[in-house]
Design a protein around this ligand. Sequence first.
Ligand SMILES: *Cc1c(COP(=O)(O)O)cnc(C)c1O
Length: 456
Amino acid sequence: MKGPVEPFKIKMVEHVGMPDEKRRIAAIREAGYNTFLLKSEDVFIDLLTDSGTSAMSDYQWSGMLLGDEAYAGAKNFYHLEKSVQDVLGYKYLVPTHQGRGAEHLMYSHLVKPGQIVPRNMYFTTSKLHVELPGGKMVDTIIDEAHDPENEYPFKGNVDFKKLQAYIDNFGLDKIAFVNVEMNCNMSGGQPVSMQNLRELRKICNEYQLKIIFDATRSSENAYFIREREKGYESTPIIDILREMMSYSDGCIYSAKKDCLVNIGGFLATNDNDIFEATRNMVVVYEGLHTYGGMAGRDMEAVARGLREGAQYEYLKYRINQVRYLGDLLKDEGVPIVKPIGGHGVFINALKFLPHLEREQWPAQTLSAAIYEDSAVRSMERGAVSKGRDKETGENIFPALELVRLTIPRRVYTNSHMEYTAESVIRLFEKRETIRGLKMVYEPEYLRFFQARFEKL
Ligand SMILES: *Cc1c(COP(=O)(O)O)cnc(C)c1O
């Protein structure tokens, strides 16, 4: 087996050091066994996240020099607006500093206290920005998504029976809008099918419910549609994207993923009311509506990156590099979420460390152990990320307790994938020796970022 050939050549490199075993053990202890609290200097291969960690192209970097840093009406805003119109097909654009800025504007406008937001599966910042104005996000994803072994090709799909039950039980007034995340992160980077989106639009039209996409990984989702859905085998990615978006009333978008930039975000919509309201609020929280917290140069990089990230040859390499790492692990029996997702490989920590209790945080434990072994930084995506029930205050233990090896775009080579796989396989072979963790500090919001642990 070998990895996909990279469709680029490397013109600049960044040196990375390898901390020795003594330093690794000390570093992860000092970080409270939370990989978010490690210093980047102590990391050899950083698979914490694909967010803002991409390598920009020479075309993007040259665009950075063309930043028009006017307070109002910078030309880069209009370039970005044109990219969003061309690639995603939305009419209106509101730029924000990153994705959560867009979530804040969109969700605080649409959510009234006591309302629910059905979404295929929650994402951390999305859930919080629905809760802050008094709403509640409820998972509406198909059952297959909760089973890491299930090979269903579209494990991001919305379950219409679950959606109908929310409509019946809560009543239409209590539903703020329906939210769909493209290439659903928390279920393992799993796509939503075009057919699912099309049918959802029909249902929501009947009930006059708005559909808002979290389109953050929509380009990677579009690649999977082309790969797996009948009728799209040779459709250009941009045509697929435009059809996907046509089934929504608007989207929020973190440009830090599929747009191949280090910072940026926006919301986009065809809905006049949403546009009016959010364009007004952006001035309060982000900046004027023609920059929204981004510098002119950042907007140029996003404008160019949105187009580059939707190129078929690039996406093919991207998705297949992730798959390469996943296959290396799968072939040695390491339990991973199947099918292999778009932006990372998700290890099933409950199966990897079956001897640990849920409250010994298996995914957190495994993520710390991987760092200790090889200075590869991964992330917990399980009960620590999920947090506590808002009403009862109890820990929620989701079916998926995962460690995410997230692959930055265009940054690491296939031999980095091999190094990572060797470390995980080494740990898998001595998995009974791995001890669990105890949480010793828990912040109130998004606890996974700052929580601290001790070894049991
Ligand atoms: C990253 C992300 C966000 C939040 O965006 P930021 O740019 O990190 O603020 C929202 N939704 C999804 C699906 C994401 O992956």
